[in-house]
Design a protein around this ligand. Structure first.
Ligand SMILES: Nc1ncnc2c1ncn2[C@@H]1O[C@H](COP(=O)(O)OP(=O)(O)OP(=O)(O)O)[C@@H](O)[C@H]1O
Ligand SMILES: [Mg+2]
Length: 248
């Protein structure tokens, strides 16, 4: 059974149909990439899965249990964690306090909170060095690490990331995406919306391409990376960037 399964999702903003029948699925420990141009419906898909938008029709299940109609809080409790576009962290709280907030579901178990924080600091050593620093004073890359760290404090089954590398220097973007791979390797399923299609297809197993509210292509990430349509629409600009900057 798929950990996350979305079937024939239709979502409207007023009279405008933003999602016109989106279906996708992700298995345990898989990274599933969602690619598509501006306004395609990627963010809308994530916001609907996390309960911030209500679908007009369609189903969303996590390990076979329906998420449709649950509150956003209830969906977090079901094991779905969402790092939205623009990494909303609490600027006036420290790194450590932000992580504590991410652990609100397990707050009564202090040992567990400490253990999860330890695991996140191991994943992002930079956050450990800055644990008492106000989040608002972190660099963009560090803020992204913190947003991801906070989202995995609840040890989610599914982690949804909306453009985690946006605005980061290429070397930091690669480092964040490598860590996403590590998180998935530990068993968390990741739904990854990413502008950097080349790197997303490198770390993902499966991918879907959305255009104006519909899935137009889907398959193994390695196959899609070779697809002429994908190369033309999404990989054209990135080849030069990645060949100009050697892998660290
Ligand atoms: N709050 C809203 N009210 C009305 N229309 C919206 C709203 N949010 C998004 N839309 C519309 O829904 C469509 C899908 O938007 P969405 O934000 O999901 O796209 P996206 O694929 O995430 O794009 P981007 O790559 O620019 O982030 C777009 O046409 C957008 O204009
Ligand atoms: Mg978006």
């Amino acid at each position: 059974m798929a950990v996350l399964e979305v079937r024939d999702l239709h979502v409207f903003y007023g009279n405008i149909e933003a999602l016109k029948g989106i279906s996708l699925q992700a298995d345990a420990g898989q990274i599933v990439a969602i690619l598509g141009g501006n306004g395609a419906g990627k963010t809308t898909t994530l916001r609907t899965i996390s309960g911030l938008l209500r679908p007009r029709s369609g189903s969303i299940t996590c390990n076979g249990k329906s998420l449709v109609g649950l509150s956003a809080h209830g969906i977090v409790a079901m094991g779905i964690s969402h790092v939205p576009e623009g990494r909303r962290i609490f600027n006036v709280l420290t790194v450590e306090e932000n992580l504590n907030l991410g652990g609100y579901l397990i707050r009564s178990d202090r040992a567990m909170v400490q253990q999860r924080k330890g695991a996140i600091y191991a994943l992002f050593p930079r956050l450990l060095e800055r644990r008492m620093q106000l989040a608002g004073t972190l660099s963009g890359g560090e803020q992204q690490m913190l947003a991801i760290g906070r989202a995995i404090m609840s040890d989610p089954k599914v982690l949804m990331l909306d453009e985690p590398s946006l605005g980061l220097a290429p070397i930091l973007a690669r480092s964040v995406l490598r860590t996403v791979r590590e998180i998935a390797d530990r068993g968390t399923t990741v739904l990854l919306v990413e502008q950097n299609a080349r790197q997303a297809l490198t770390i993902a197993q499966r991918a879907y391409v959305i255009e104006v509210g519909r899935i137009v292509l889907e398959g193994e990430a390695s196959e899609l990376a070779k697809d002429e349509r994908v190369q033309k629409a999404y990989l054209g600009g990135f080849e030069a960037v990645s060949s100009a900057s050697p892998e660290p």
